[in-house]
Ligand binder design. Structure first.
Ligand code: DOR
Length: 304
């Protein structure tokens, strides 16, 4: 009877398992498999101020160890989310996190204001999409820009906690993490996808029309665990860990590395029940280790 609840930047969840942005749409398809109230939180597909078609295809390339995507933030826009998707998610007893990307700090501010007014539980400020030229990548790879976006988001989010999603496509992720913390972020989420490429040797063309994309899935788990560990040691604000988590043991690694909660992404495509299996596996590990709460795992990695 392990206590599964965790509190991330003041937001208490019944368990530490969140579905990662972009892997669950707005929850509708998954709601047919099980009660979404079983999850700790749902991070909605990334939103922009205006609707976007995303990038031309092919924009998904599967590999034996994960998926490359160059979707490019296809979404119906923040107003459509608030009008039709948020009310759907509100039927469930689950925390709702909105993920946002902007072309300017001002756009982030406008979206934060709308989402705070609409009553989301948390805002994930995406400064790390690898698939867009304007904004996106640039904000997440430069400490001053990352800090500026964070400040504007905080100024417009009212009481809603702001979590900033970091890019792994940097030399020193702790430098960005510190800048974002200094700008007032309430939490950090990491990692977004790791830039990669796959080539069809027969046609000699890259599989993706955009040539490169963001890698997710099992291949990135060790990179993500390392980054969660480095960032957790560099900042005081809590971390939502993600990147290749598909079972309880993966989530336990993330938490031992310092994560307060974990997100499951790519694993949802192959198995809609993956988030629940992660939750149950995590509970089993905590029980086996004689813990009374799963939150005791956080930061528990032992130094050599
Ligand atoms: O890998 C990603 N793909 N990360 C993002 O932040 C956005 C997404 C997309 O839509 O391209």
């Amino acid at each position: 009877n392990v206590d599964l609840s965790v509190t991330l930047a003041g937001m208490t969840m019944k368990n530490p398992v969140v579905v990662a942005s972009g892997t669950f749409g707005f929850g509708r398809e998954y709601g047919e498999f099980y009660d979404l109230s079983e999850l700790g939180g749902i991070c909605a597909k990334g939103l922009t101020l205006h609707r976007r078609e995303g990038n031309p295809g092919p924009r998904i390339a599967e590999t034996p160890m994960g998926i490359l995507n160059s979707v490019g933030l296809q979404n119906p826009g923040v107003d459509a989310f608030i009008a039709t998707e948020l009310p759907f998610l509100r039927q469930y007893d689950v925390k709702v996190i909105a993920n946002i990307s902007g072309n300017s700090p001002e756009e982030y501010g406008v979206m934060c204001e709308k989402l705070a007014e609409a009553g989301v539980d948390m805002i994930e400020v995406n400064i790390s999409c690898p698939n867009v030229k304007a904004g996106g990548l640039a904000y997440g790879t430069r400490p001053e820009l990352a800090a500026e976006v964070t400040e504007v988001a905080k100024a417009h989010a009212g009481q809603v906690p702001v979590m900033v999603k970091l890019s792994p496509n940097v030399t020193d992720i702790t430098e960005i993490a510190r800048a974002v913390e200094g700008a007032g972020a309430d939490a950090l989420s990491l990692i977004n996808t790791l830039r990669g490429m796959r080539i069809d040797v027969n046609t000699r063309r890259p599989i993706l029309k955009m040539n490169t994309g963001g890698m997710s899935g099992p291949a990135v788990l060790p990179v993500a665990v390392r980054m969660v560990w480095e960032v957790s040691n560099a900042v005081k604000i809590p971390v939502l860990g993600m990147g290749g988590v598909s079972k309880g043991e993966d989530a336990a690694q993330m938490m031992l590395a310092g994560a307060t909660a974990v997100a499951v992404g790519t694993a949802c495509f192959a198995d809609p029940y993956a988030p629940l299996k992660v939750r149950d596996g995590l509970a089993e590990i905590a029980a086996r280790q004689g813990l009374s709460a799963v939150s005791e795992l956080t930061g528990g990695v032992k130094p050599w």
